[in-house]
Ligand binder design. Structure first.
Ligand code: DAS
Length: 360
């Protein structure tokens, strides 16, 4: 066999390529390192009997027992757990959001962390997911997961939800898609998803559709977010100081009055989210008070109580340009509260606040 004389540089280059290929191959075989941050909720809940699928105590089972209860997740990734909180998520405060976001951002910077799963109550899971989507500057998968039934119930959904969440967090294909929510076999954008049903396992919906599915530990993707998030966000948890600006939400309905809005402003709200009827419409009994509050510097944001896939159109139901108000676009009131609070950490100009609502 004729030996080919390679020039020294070419030989070195080929050797380098071979070493890089084998390192890549080894990296590809090494299991992903996933951290599970536990905060409480039903996924950590326990009921008195297997028949109790809706009557139980949330936030009881600690993270190590959660991980031990689904041994199959050990085949998906190298895991370690931290108990960040142990609470029902309806009791989350902005302080909890800041604390959790700081821990997620710190872990995401570590080379020995490839993905993060956050077990969370389902009631405010959508708010935490959107907040993290806005302030954690990482393209590593951050996946929130909960359950609608406690682990002690017949046909409990938590175990498979946790398995699917770990599979998603361990998968490089999940990178760069923003914060994700995995529930009921579906992968949702943390920005879009909300809890649409209070007592079914098929509870979480995204008005613009799920991003994909997890089936037997594999992810299947069909779309990706187009709104700004994580590494492309102007918000960064490292630059955000407590407390977040207070933002209140008041619900629109027939026989409306301005009492709730005035009380929220008197209580320190720097922005008010109007959970309006229809296209963010507002009773004539309420408009004068909100114009006065705007004149005093309170931001007014028109959202809608109507879910399911629409958006509030600027200057349609109310002359937003003239009143210097903001529309929440497609964000529901509880998500609008999150973005308004963050916007107020950067500006008091309503037009700039409106830009945030159109871009995030
Ligand atoms: N109370 C609910 C919560 O903690 C329980 C749940 O559904 O997770 O959000």
């Amino acid at each position: 066999m004729k030996l080919v004389n390679l020039s020294r540089p070419l030989a070195a280059a080929l050797l380098g390529l071979a070493l890089a290929a084998s390192a890549h191959a080894q990296q590809a075989q090494a299991p992903s390192q996933v951290v599970i941050l536990a905060t409480g909720g039903t996924i950590a809940g326990a009921g008195a009997s297997a028949a109790n699928s809706a009557t139980y105590q949330a936030a009881k089972v600690p993270v190590d027992k959660l991980i031990a209860s689904v041994p199959e997740i050990g085949q998906l990734a190298s895991l370690r757990g931290e108990q960040v909180f142990q609470i029902a998520s309806e009791s989350f405060t902005d302080e909890h959001l800041l604390t959790l976001a700081r821990r997620v951002a710190a872990l995401a910077k570590q080379n020995d962390v490839d993905g993060i799963v956050i077990t969370h109550g389902t009631d405010t899971l959508e708010e935490t997911a959107f907040f993290l989507n806005l302030v954690v500057p990482t393209d590593k998968p951050v996946v929130l997961v909960g359950s609608m039934r406690p682990s002690t119930a017949l046909s409990a959904d938590g175990a498979l939800n946790l398995y699917n969440a770990v599979a998603t967090a361990a998968d490089r294909a999940s990178r760069g898609k923003g914060v994700l929510v995995v529930m009921n076999d579906e992968i949702h954008s943390g920005r879009d998803v909300s809890k649409a049903v209070n007592i079914r396992t098929e509870a979480f919906k995204s008005p613009w559709g799920a991003l994909g599915m997890v089936v037997e530990g594999k992810t299947y993707w069909f779309r990706a977010p187009v709104k700004r998030h994580t590494v492309n966000s102007e918000f960064n948890i490292d630059a955000i100081r407590a407390p977040l600006p207070t933002v209140g939400i008041a619900y629109g309905s027939g026989n409306a009055s301005d009492v709730a809005y005035k009380a929220l402003a008197a209580g320190g709200a720097k922005a008010l989210i109007h959970a309006g009827t229809g296209n963010g419409s507002m009773s004539a009994q309420v408009v004068p008070a909100l114009r006065e509050l705007r004149a005093k510097g309170v931001q007014i944001v028109r959202s809608t109580r109507v879910g399911g896939g629409g958006f509030v159109l600027r200057n349609a139901e109310q002359p937003d340009d003239q009143y210097d108000w903001v529309v929440a676009h497609d964000l529901n009131p509880q998500k609008a509260r999150i973005l308004a609070a963050l916007a107020l950490t950067r500006t008091t100009d309503a037009r700039e606040v409106q830009r945030f609502f159109m871009e995030y």
